[in-house]
Ligand binder design. Structure first.
Ligand SMILES: [Zn+2]
Ligand SMILES: [Zn+2]
Length: 809
């Protein structure tokens, strides 16, 4: 196969772009396969921002000798693998692991696995009976790591085995007995291993190390569950007399230590974040499709733009990986790129491949190998590859539309840099966050990335696991160390619900299950906030696709809804309220659906209150009641409404956490804020403000806008005033609005900028319109929202300037 990438085109630029290259003042004098493309983008303004990273000293590797204290077998294995020296962070991690729990957050392709593999291998070589448990969020990642461990070539000392839902029954006993590194996922630990700990006595009585790779994945609902599973794990280990070391890795996030501590319940976690690996010299390009109608805010589609970029990169000889959120998008984009190339170079067109989740391990491995060998020029994928599959580095990484968090964006970009040089591109979509990113890339790239948020004590989640823990062993006073100081209060609630029973003992009392024969872990899904869920069944194959929280079922899987599951579309044939299931079938039409709903919030309990920006800001528990009334079908291409279809569904409610703030009404003295907002625009202004705040909330807390709900009303019966609510969309709440409450000022500032800077005249999908609005984006008043947020933020300025000046110069 011809070696395409990396070969520098002759000076003067690549085919067809000579003119651009000569005309522009190139920022980087060195010619790369993508130089001409960037020049063209600079020329016509689609390349809106550029940055460079990994130049000069910062880019160089810091290497150290492997410590002589490492077990000789491990040193010999390193030598066999050709690892003469370690990156400084790998040596630091090794040292830290001897002292206590550690989290490593160095970049993509920085050799993070060695950071936990070295200490683990050392322990396994030193102590023949020692055991290690590796947790991976996906099966594919566990398979990769099992291969990596085998590659050390220490078959007597290191015996890895994967234990997940696919492990054949007959192999399980042998794994329990003889594997000394068990690779599994949190779901299997929760439902298969912990409840049957007696069968795993050998593992638990010798458990020396627990590895949690890709820890940033454990956030939100999933993270809140995993936090509880890990506490149960520590509790069971202690029952067998072991206290394993916890070693974690994570992508770069704002709060790695906090994440590690919240996940494990341990304190004093050490952080290793000084990356000693060489950073490739990476050119970063932010690419915004051109506006097609300024007033409406419409742009050329990100897909079309990306297809053109990918085809050009292929022609220019760059090996490229492209990431997109939806499977449908991956397929469409692959077809567009192939079509584009077909006309000029059929051989290249054949080297473009989509890569989806759902391939067998063999298919995946084959594609990965083809990519590494250079037999493919372009691979287009959902985030299946994002989590560090073994493809090494490529020339270019193109991310189409904002992947949701800067942490993922960086991880995807981290794929670019083969032979020390790479191109990282971001192609913006029309969503509010996408366009905000284009205007303020530095806000995303330079300010600390989002914080991963989880709340292991979210009541429904916590109590579900407390019940599981009680089945694993009676709950008693000593459990505060693992389950937290408030466990007994929760246990009392479970007792009044008839789930637990208090058993008085001679020395101390304990809580035991009321129905010891039941199997509560089987009823708790780690991906859902409440045990009450609806099953989603594909009637074409009979396959159970997954489940959705009961609180969301009416709005996501009502009759006729188009439902996305792992990037694939399905149409709901029937929502069966009685059997609690949705029957769906694969869907290939060109529309999507948006429900219309009536939402009410009732304040149940005030938890905190403060004055912020001239209004009273509250945080507390609320009850949200939704009635889904109808749904709209909209065309995928231009979002135009096809029709509106009525539904007859009963109301549903769920308890969660919320922040809210009320505005003084115009009639009240001091209600001057209201004067700027006459009654005819008030509701539209509140509604647009709510949407903008929800759109930018993911900048502060690592979440998706679909995780957050909102309600704005010009009169709320409990506050007696115009009020905006932002609530956690999952029953019980998972800490998102708590963060928003604490950082309300930033939230308002970001929302104001989002609206003020959007070039549209009266609101568009890039500012105040929301793809998930239950009122179908009616009414919205962009100027009113801007006035409202402006007044709030002016209050902040006034308060600040009213304070006495400190030491005037
Ligand atoms: Zn706009
Ligand atoms: Zn709305």
């Amino acid at each position: 196969m011809m070696e395409r990438a990396g070969s520098s085109p002759p000076l003067g630029g690549c085919r067809g772009h000579r003119l651009y290259y000569l005309k522009s003042l190139a920022i980087d004098r060195r010619t790369e396969p993508w130089s001409a493309l960037l020049d063209a983008g600079r020329e016509d303004g689609r390349l809106v921002r550029e940055a460079q990273e990994g130049r000069g000293r910062a880019g160089r590797a810091r290497l150290v000798e492997p410590p002589r204290e490492l077990h000789p077998d491990v040193l010999a294995a390193l030598e066999r693998l050709g690892v003469e020296r370690l990156y400084s962070h790998q040596a630091q991690a090794l040292l830290a692991a001897t002292e206590g729990p550690t989290i490593v957050t160095t970049g993509t392709a920085s050799g993070k696995s060695l950071c936990f593999n070295l200490p683990t291998l050392h322990i396994l070589c030193e102590q023949a009976r020692a055991r290690a448990l590796y947790l991976y969020p996906t099966k594919a990642l566990a398979q990769d790591q099992a291969r990596a461990l085998t590659a050390f070539g220490l078959p007597k000392r290191v015996r890895p085995a994967i234990y997940d839902g696919d492990t054949p029954r007959e192999a399980r006993r042998e794994i329990r007995k003889s594997a000394n590194v068990v690779l599994t996922n949190p779901d299997m630990l929760h439902v298969g291993i912990l409840p049957n700990h007696a069968a795993w006595a050998e593992l638990f009585s010798n458990l020396a190390v627990v590895v949690i790779d890709e820890a940033h994945v454990y956030r939100g609902v999933f993270g809140s569950h995993v936090g509880n599973v890990l506490r149960r794990l520590r509790r069971i280990a202690s029952l067998y007399g072991t206290r394993p070391i916890f070693l974690l890795t994570s992508a770069t996030i704002a709060n790695p230590v906090e994440l590690a501590e919240r996940l494990t319940g341990l304190e004093d976690v050490q952080l290793i974040d000084e990356d000693g690996s060489p950073t490739p010299h990476r050119q970063i390009a932010v690419w915004n499709p051109p506006l097609t109608d300024e007033a409406l805010g419409t742009r050329r589609s990100a897909l079309g733009e990306a297809a053109e970029l990918l085809a050009q990169l292929a022609r220019d000889g760059a090996r490229t990986i492209c990431f997109m959120k939806s499977r449908k998008g991956v397929e469409v984009l692959s077809r567009l790129v192939k079509d584009d190339l077909q006309s000029t170079d059929a051989e290249l067109a054949a080297q473009v491949q989509p890569y989806r989740a759902g391939y067998t391990p063999q298919q995946r491995r084959e594609l990965e190998q083809q990519l590494v060998r250079g037999e493919l020029c372009t691979v287009i994928t959902t985030d299946a590859l994002e989590l560090g599959i073994d493809i090494g580095e490529l020339d270019a990484a193109v991310v189409v539309t904002f992947p949701g968090t800067v942490a993922s964006l960086r991880q995807m970009w981290g794929r670019a840099g083969r032979r020390g040089r790479g191109l990282a591109v971001y192609v913006a979509g029309e969503d509010a966050l996408d366009q905000f990113f284009c205007r303020h890339p530095e806000d995303f790239l330079e300010r600390p990335v989002e914080a991963a948020i989880l709340d292991h004590e979210s009541p429904l989640i916590y109590r579900a696991h407390l019940l599981c823990a009680a089945h694993e062993g009676p709950l008693s006073r000593g459990d505060a160390e693992f389950l937290g100081p408030r466990w007994e209060a929760h246990a009392e609630i479970l007792q009044s619900a008839g789930e637990l029973r208090r058993r008085e003992g001679a020395i101390a009392s304990a809580y035991v299950p009321s129905r010891p024969g039941s199997y509560p872990a089987g009823e708790v899904s780690l991906r859902s906030a409440s045990p009450e869920s609806f099953a989603i069944v594909d009637v074409s194959s009979g396959e159970l696709l997954g489940s959705t929280e009961a609180a969301r079922a009416h709005s996501t899987v009502h009759d006729g809804a188009i439902y996305m599951h792992q990037g694939r579309s399905y149409e709901v044939r029937e929502l069966d309220l009685e059997q609690r299931r949705a029957l769906v079938s694969p869907f290939s039409g060109d529309w999507y659906t948006q429900p219309k709903a009536q939402t009410d919030t009732e304040i149940v309990r005030l938890l905190d209150r403060r004055d912020a920006l001239g209004v009273t800001l509250s945080f507390g528990e609320v009850s949200v009641t939704d009635t889904v009334l109808a749904y709209q079908r909209r065309r995928l291409v231009d979002h135009a409404q096809v029709d509106l279809i009525g539904l007859e569904l009963p109301p549903t409610s769920f308890a969660t956490q919320a922040l809210w703030f009320e505005l003084p009404s115009a009639a009240e003295p001091g209600g001057e804020l209201a004067e700027t907002l006459p009654s005819e625009i008030l509701l539209g202004a509140l509604h647009a403000t709510e949407h903008a705040q929800i759109a930018v909330l993911p900048l502060i807390a690592m979440c998706d806008r679909w995780d957050i709900g909102g309600l704005s009303t010009n009169f709320h019966p409990q506050t007696g005033a115009p009020t905006i609510f932002l609530y956690d969309g999952h029953p019980g709440g998972i800490g998102i609005t708590r963060t928003a409450y604490a950082r309300f000022e930033e939230l308002c500032e970001d929302a104001r900028r989002l609206i003020a800077e959007c070039p549209c005249s009266s609101g568009c999908p890039s500012c105040v319109q929301s793809p998930k609005c239950g009122n179908l984006n009616e009414p919205l008043h962009k100027a009113g929202a801007l006035a409202l947020l402006g007044r709030l933020l002016d209050c902040a300025v006034q308060t600040a300037s009213a304070e006495p000046a400190v030491a005037p110069l």
